[in-house]
Design a protein around this ligand. Structure first.
Ligand code: CA
Length: 488
């Protein structure tokens, strides 16, 4: 009974918290003259240390660094999950993906028959489109391939890119392999990374290196958008520098000092993104959109150090609940709205983008929409924490156990492989070297207790990555939260 009441309380509280976001009528909103454009740039598997503005010494990201230094850098920005699908589900919905069954990467259509995020989970793109924004996504989707999950059905006026989790980069190579497989009647076995790009559901024959193609399409979108009366929302979703490691020779030639071939290729891939950003900034200036465009940059998860990346000084990388897995590079740039030269050290989440963007747009959020993040703009402007005393969570299910962590203010409690809980001051000790759990068992208990309550809101996964994975879940009686949240 007590548990029931507590859940009701949380539900009511979250509804009322969301209610704060509901503002003016649609007509009033659309007549506001100064609503900013929003350009959200997401890279795929880019490490925390793989941008100049976070201290990289061997890679070159001059365009990103210039935007970062003319805006505010976030040194404790977290995504919702340390790999692609659930991270993006959290970004788009503003909710932890565990709450609506999206805690794993989607299997391909040929393995699943076609699955995707529940269509009753509203996306930020739908909210902004309803508020009169001209909306576009360019690049990787990874939220479902069936018609009802298509970006054009989920709030995007324009889509250029591909629906699945990644893509090969050189058209002359991937198009040949795709064609050869088709000719041999191997449709069922064609690797998705070779499939043609599409524009609003129609296949197109791309001729450029994929990163260059996506940057080109972003400039085209901005140019078209600048001729409209309404502001735009563009989600530029680069698949770079996600594998396969494929870079242009000219880009790699800029890194003669890097001897490791994977690192050199990775450096070239990141540089290609940066070249594209340079072109996009030029387009924003040429079309008069630069000053009133909020640019947000982040990566969808930490990167694989076995594939040329660096998350230094953070430990581990993609798939991990240690900092290297889900703390990512991030900045906001907005000449008329965000301080230049700013550094924001308090924890922020990809979950915060939904309410932040919605409020900037003066959008109305449905009263029954639940959100797990918060509008952080005022906190960023004033330099105070947006969530003092409130934790951010991360949870990854493995075969027979669950890895979890919670960051609250400067502290982080973490448990992996059902080993003892650890506690770190990740502001002073971002590398998670000095376990403080023996000094503060009370704090560990409090944070684990909050995390345990949070887990009550989770549902069973709607899908698993493959059949073996699904069988493991059943055989091992997962999620086994009784084990996960044991204190000892
Ligand atoms: Ca990723």
């Amino acid at each position: 009974m007590k548990i029931h009441l507590f859940i009701s309380f949380i539900f009511i509280f979250s509804l009322s918290a969301c209610g704060e976001n509901a503002v003016a009528s649609k007509d009033e909103i659309q007549n506001q003259p100064d609503r900013p454009n929003i350009l959200f740039i997401l890279t795929d598997d880019q490490g925390y240390a793989d941008v100049g503005f976070n201290g990289s010494t061997d890679l070159k990201t001059p365009s990103l660094d210039a935007l970062a230094s003319n805006g505010t850098v976030f040194s404790s920005a977290y995504v919702v999950h340390p790999f692609c699908g659930p991270s993006r589900a959290g970004l788009m919905t503003g909710r932890y993906p565990h709450k609506f069954g999206s805690q794993f990467n989607l299997p391909s259509v040929k393995d699943s028959g076609g699955l995707g995020l529940p269509t009753d989970e509203s996306y930020i793109s739908e909210v902004l489109q309803d508020a009169g924004y001209y909306t576009g996504i360019i690049g990787k989707w990874h939220l479902g391939e069936m018609p009802e999950h298509h970006p054009n059905q989920r709030g995007f006026d324009e889509f250029y890119g591909f629906l699945f989790g990644g893509h090969s980069y050189f058209p002359e190579q991937y198009q040949k392999k795709y064609k050869d497989a088709k000719v041999r009647g191997l449709d069922y076995a064609i690797w998705q990374y070779l499939a043609p790009m599409q524009h609003n559901g129609k296949e197109v024959k791309e001729t450029e290196y994929v990163t260059d193609a996506l940057s080109r399409e972003a400039s085209t979108f901005i140019t078209q958008a600048s001729q409209k009366n309404e502001p735009f929302f563009l989600f530029l979703s680069y698949n770079a520098p996600h594998t396969p490691l494929e870079a242009k020779e000219d880009d790699m030639a800029l890194f003669p000092h890097i001897k490791d071939e994977k690192r050199k290729t990775y450096a070239g891939m990141v540089y290609a993104v940066d070249r594209g950003i340079n072109d996009i900034v030029k387009t924003l200036k040429k079309t008069g959109q630069y000053d009133n465009t909020l640019i947000v940059f982040m990566s969808d998860n930490g990167d694989r150090t076995d594939q040329g990346a660096s998350n230094y000084p953070l430990k581990e990388g993609k798939n991990s609940v240690q900092e290297g897995g889900y703390r990512t590079p991030m900045f906001m740039h907005w000449p008329v709205g965000i301080k230049a030269g700013g550094l924001y050290k308090h924890p922020v989440s990809a979950l915060d983008l939904f309410p932040t963007f919605a409020n900037l747009a003066g959008a109305t959020i449905a009263p029954n929409k639940q959100l797990d993040g918060k509008d952080i703009l005022t906190a960023v402007k004033t330099g105070v924490s947006a969530r003092a005393g409130e934790p951010l969570y991360v949870m990854v299910h493995r075969g027979d156990h669950t890895n979890v962590a919670a960051r609250q203010d400067n502290l982080k409690v973490i448990r992996t492989r059902n080993e003892p809980w650890r506690l770190y001051d990740v502001e002073l000790d971002p590398a998670e070297d000095n376990d403080l759990s023996h000094l503060h068992p009370d704090l560990v208990r409090e944070m684990v207790s909050k995390m345990s309550v949070w887990s009550w809101s989770h549902t069973q996964p709607d899908w698993f990555y493959n059949h073996e994975h699904a069988a493991q879940w059943r055989v091992n009686g997962m999620p086994r939260f009784d084990e996960t949240f044991k204190l000892k």
